[in-house]
Design a protein. Structure first.
Lengths: 408, 200
């Protein structure tokens, strides 16, 4: 798995001369004055038509203070993220851990191998309901970052729900809520108090690049939680059954995913090759196939409305892959006990992220994905930056999403 | 730039405030149009060509206007939101985008003027061949990878902003760009030196 160290700046995945070449090829076309005027006229006509109606509508306005705009960004990304922003130090044991290790190992009464955990999960998940009105996933993302002065660690939480349906007359929803930010540990809280107990943080541009959970420039990170926000899925998301790592897939495609382990493996390998492989890509897809298969299997298990058989087969494929080891029973970020399976992911050449995939072998459901990334602390020493996604529900339901506080 | 401005000078209000204002004063939205139309147009025109861009760029603002109640400042700036809408609309034009790229991949090498020095001629031929390889590569990119690349190239958006604009996980943006980088490196590989300095 160890590739030679790459000289490229990890935060700059597209090289400037590539951008230049692309721009050179595709050109920079300016709109003609006529185009600009026509577009503006279309917009004003629409606005005029709306203005006459809007007086009759109850005003449903949101009050977001200009200064206190809340930022819930980045959190949904807790899972896969941090790729771009970390200093490539690798996960050395010497790293100072300034954040809590939510998943502390405890001696397990019965030591299970990774294979046993995965096969047990496969058997259990096969019994899950195979249909319902909605395919529902509910999760909590947690991520951490240092404050702008790098003196203490802030923990941010966000909840997300996806309610996907293909039933006519039902609407697919995505619901999210920013749950707020606070000092991560008592020690961090002390440092935070010493700093005057701020409830809002602003980050300089250079830190934004390095700490992926930092808000974009001009916006601040807020301590206070936000409202519950529900949005109808539209655009490319309308009518999809979720995404399989690289691409959105349709309900039809989700149903067509084979349940038989052998067929599923062939199907997924072909999918991966189609998505990733390219003669000039410089990537040895066949060599990286185990990692790529692991990623798609985990995605299938954690989020896609595939048949229980297909989900079980995804576990069976995982059980056959190298590089996953059991770490015994741990507590996930929501305080639940589960079996931890640990593997490393090469986020960028030479840069590894350690991931604990926590599974409840009894139900076959994943409880959490806990990631440890390494970033640079104030003193230049590596610090571990944990992030996680904890799953509260994955499966079919006939329930309806709770009416949102506001929707769009 | 965010600053305190008299309420009646829309030119100086920030984008999010203008959207808020456009809920009861729809014409405020025109200020957003004036600010961002050029950017959106250049992005769209790069992808589907100037002719189709006339319509799609203006459509982007109509869609944005209709959805303005759904604009959520928690999810990033207006600019990102507009790029997201434009990219969504472009999804219906995948075929014309691919056709355009395939056509660019077939553009014949201009026969250089006779007086030109042989080295120059050679360089031009190489550059043209590279352009064709790049176009072919772009036409073969999966849609998602092309989206992120062109948002970087034309929208000048960061990872985070692209993730918000496309409503995809940050990690997906990272892995897509990583793959794009590898592919482009392979496609542009041998002429890195020549293409480095020119700006189109």
């Amino acid at each position: 798995m160890d590739e030679p160290h790459d000289d490229q700046d990890f935060r700059q995945p597209v090289e400037p001369h590539h951008v230049t070449a692309v721009r050179h090829l595709l050109g920079s076309h300016e709109p003609s004055p006529r185009t600009v005027a026509e577009g503006r006229a279309r917009l004003l006509a629409e606005a005029a038509a709306t203005a006459t109606v809007s007086g009759l509508e109850p005003v449903r306005r949101r009050r977001h203070g200009r200064r206190g705009r809340r930022v819930g960004i980045g959190l949904s990304l807790a899972a896969a993220a941090a790729v771009a922003v970390l200093v490539p130090m690798g996960l050395s044991g010497s790293g100072t851990s300034i954040a809590p290790r939510t998943g502390t190992s405890v001696p397990a009464t019965t030591e299970l191998t990774a294979r046993q955990v995965l096969l047990a999960a496969a058997v259990a998940v096969e019994k899950a309901p195979a249909s319902g009105d909605y395919w529902r996933i509910a999760m909590v993302d947690q991520s951490t970052l240092t404050d702008p002065t790098r003196s203490y660690v802030i923990e941010i939480k966000q909840s997300r729900e996806e309610w996907l349906t293909e039933r006519p007359g039902l609407q697919s929803w995505r619901v999210r809520q920013y749950l707020g930010a606070k000092p991560a540990t008592p020690r961090d809280e002390e440092a935070w108090r010493a700093a005057g107990a701020p409830t809002s943080w602003r980050y300089p541009e250079d830190m934004k690049k390095e700490q992926f959970a930092a808000p974009p420039p001009g916006e601040s990170l807020e301590a206070a939680a936000g409202e519950r926000i529900a949005e109808r899925l539209r655009g490319r998301w309308r009518g999809t059954a979720g995404d399989l790592v690289w691409d959105l897939i349709t309900w039809q495609e989700a149903r067509a995913i084979p349940g038989d382990p052998g067929k599923l493996r062939t199907y997924l390998e072909q999918y991966v090759r189609r998505q990733v492989a390219h003669p000039d890509s410089g990537m040895d897809v066949e060599k990286e196939m185990p990692q790529l298969l692991r990623a798609v299997c985990i995605r299938m298990i954690t989020s896609l409305p595939v048949s229980p058989e297909a989900r079980a087969s995804a576990y069976r494929i995982l059980a056959s892959l190298p590089g996953i080891r059991a770490e015994g029973e741990i507590t996930d970020p929501l305080g639940r006990r589960g079996q931890a399976l640990v593997y490393r992911e090469e986020a960028e050449p030479g840069l590894f992220t350690e991931i604990r995939f926590v599974v409840d072998p009894g139900t076959g459901l994943p409880l959490a994905e806990m990631r440890t990334n390494v970033a640079k602390g104030a003193d230049g020493r590596p610090v571990e930056i944990p992030s996680s996604t904890s799953y509260q529900a994955i499966g079919w339901t006939d329930e309806r999403p709770e009416p949102p506080a506001h929707r769009d | 730039m965010r600053m305190t401005a008299p309420p009646d000078s829309p030119g100086r209000l920030d984008d999010a405030t203008l959207i808020e204002q456009s809920r009861h004063r729809p014409e405020s939205f025109a200020t957003l149009y004036d600010r961002h139309f050029g950017d959106i147009y250049r992005y769209v025109a790069a992808r589907i060509g100037p002719q189709a861009a006339d319509d799609l760029a203006s459509e982007t603002f109509l869609v944005a206007f209709r959805k303005r109640d759904g604009f959520d400042p928690e999810r990033g700036a207006v600019r990102r939101w507009l790029y997201g809408i434009a990219t969504n609309l472009l999804a219906d034009h995948r075929r014309s985008e691919t056709r355009r790229l395939e056509a660019l991949a077939r553009v014949p090498v201009d026969s250089p003027a006779e007086s030109e020095h042989a080295d120059r001629v050679a360089a031009q031929v190489t550059a043209a061949a590279t352009q064709r390889r790049l176009a072919a590569e772009l036409s073969r990119l999966p849609d998602g990878e092309r989206d992120v690349l062109l948002l970087v190239a034309y929208g000048d958006l960061s990872y985070e902003e692209i993730a918000q604009a496309l409503d995809i996980p940050l990690g997906t943006v990272g892995s897509r760009l990583n793959r794009v980088r590898r592919k482009l490196r392979a496609a542009l590989n041998d002429i890195t030196a020549e293409s480095g300095g020119s700006d189109g």
